[in-house]
Design a protein around this ligand. Structure first.
Ligand code: ZN
Length: 206
């Protein structure tokens, strides 16, 4: 049976998640399934009503702000629901996907598993638990060139961003790159500031 399934494609930035999603959607279209494509309406993206892979492939998508609204967008005759960037949806996304699965839909989703601090992103842990299939893709490390990048490095002005920078930056000139565990850096500016402050204090334990 096609329905009652939730395939989750995850991994760091630039690992080909959206490209893999588009590949699976194309197969569903060839199989003459009724497919609906949904992506989160996030302020940080200037993209229009479509999803696009880094290799330039794209498909029309409906932008949704709150996960509960997905239930209004999905029609009874939709057979396959594709959802891009699941990490940006609010916590209700877990309930919404469970409901769609119980209705016999096939859901295919993508999401960043870790944020720039290498901490689980949004509802991704729960989504990975309820998924009927999880594929973890790896990217090429932008620093050493190995093929096992699992983390997303945030750079501000070309330098690794410290852990106190906000989770979602709006209008900043930050960039992201995939890195392996060995090359990933997470500076703690606050901590370093504290340390240097301590160094100048006239401590004496004599
Ligand atoms: Zn590396």
């Amino acid at each position: 049976m096609e329905g009652y399934s939730f395939e989750l494609i995850t991994g760091p930035m630039s690992c080909g998640k959206t490209e893999e999603l588009l590949r699976r959607i194309r197969r569903c279209i060839i199989a003459k399934k009724k497919v609906k494509v949904i992506s989160p309406d996030v302020d940080t993206r200037t993209k229009g009503d479509y999803i696009e892979s880094r290799s330039g492939l794209w498909l029309d998508a409906i932008k949704v702000k709150h996960s509960m609204n997905i239930l209004n967008v999905v029609k009874p005759d939709d057979e396959v629901i594709a959802i891009d960037e699941l990490q940006f949806f609010d916590a209700n996304i877990v309930k919404v996907i469970t409901k769609l699965m119980n209705e016999g839909k096939k859901i295919i989703g993508t999401g960043l598993e870790l944020d720039f601090k290498a901490e689980p992103f949004g509802s991704m842990p729960e989504l990975m638990c309820i998924a009927t299939r999880v594929d973890k893709l790896q990217a090429v490390c932008m620093k050493c060139g190995c093929e096992h990048a699992t983390r997303t490095q945030r750079l501000i002005d070309g330098k690794p961003a410290d852990k106190n920078s906000p989770l979602i930056m709006i209008g900043g000139d930050e960039t992201y790159e995939a890195r392996c565990v060995k090359c990933y850096e997470l500076p703690d500016a606050q901590h370093d500031k504290m340390k240097s402050r301590l160094r100048v204090l006239p401590f004496s334990f004599k």
